[in-house]
Write a protein that binds this ligand. Structure first.
Ligand code: AMP
Length: 194
């Protein structure tokens, strides 16, 4: 049996992260777990958790670490996550990194690789703007789109730095077709021995 692999994927909004996460998870036979998706699902279903996070997520603020960490501990304790996983959108703060590190340590595991999708901000903004116009999303102005990119940069940089110090970050050029980028991700991981 192959060793379980524990992966993170990070990338700016509009970088095609969700699509790549799905393909990557399938390639390694692990579940793709997105905290954003779990929050959205809970909001849609009107659960207690959903009610607690609805306003926070609507404002684009971060859900408190205690809540997010509890959620991820519960999700990672489920049967399908025992033989590795791919996390998308978590960890987002230093506190979350510490919590995850501890949680994995208790399982005798660690984050093996962090796939960082690198994109050209101007090109991504242009693409998102075009999509917003096509879909009639008038609220998605260039300012709003650029602001989301900045928030991502500020939020993610410290988290990626921690993993970079541990030598597990795999930088991947995220510009190109889904297949091209997907291939680069697999090649990058292979080069690391995965
Ligand atoms: P996403 O789809 O990953 O951008 O997540 C949507 C929203 O869910 C975010 O804007 C946050 O409000 C919340 N969220 C998702 N993941 C986290 C996390 N790791 N920590 C705190 N809040 C999160």
């Amino acid at each position: 049996m192959t060793k379980p692999i524990h992966l993170l994927i990070v990338g700016a909004p509009g970088a095609g992260k969700g699509t790549q996460a799905a393909g990557l998870a399938e390639a390694y036979g692990v579940p793709a777990i997105s905290t954003g998706d779990i929050f959205r699902e809970n909001i849609k279903n009107g659960t207690e958790l959903g009610k607690r996070v609805q306003e926070i997520t609507a404002q684009g603020r971060l859900v408190p670490d205690t809540l997010t960490n509890d959620l991820i501990a519960d999700r990672l304790s489920q049967a399908d996550a025992q033989e590795g996983f791919l996390l998308d959108g978590y960890p987002r703060t230093r506190g979350q990194v510490e919590f995850l590190t501890q949680l994995l340590e208790e399982r005798g595991a660690k984050i093996d690789a962090v796939v960082q999708l690198q994109t050209d901000t101007d090109a991504v903004v242009e693409r998102l703007l075009k999509r917003a116009q096509e879909q009639g999303r008038v609220d998605d102005t260039e300012d709003v789109i650029r602001h989301r990119q900045e928030v991502y940069e500020q939020e993610t940089a410290p988290v990626v730095d921690i993993y970079a110090e541990r030598g597990v970050v795999v930088e991947v050029d995220g510009m190109g077709t889904v297949d091209e980028v997907g291939r680069r991700i697999l090649d990058g991981l292979k080069a690391k021995g995965f």
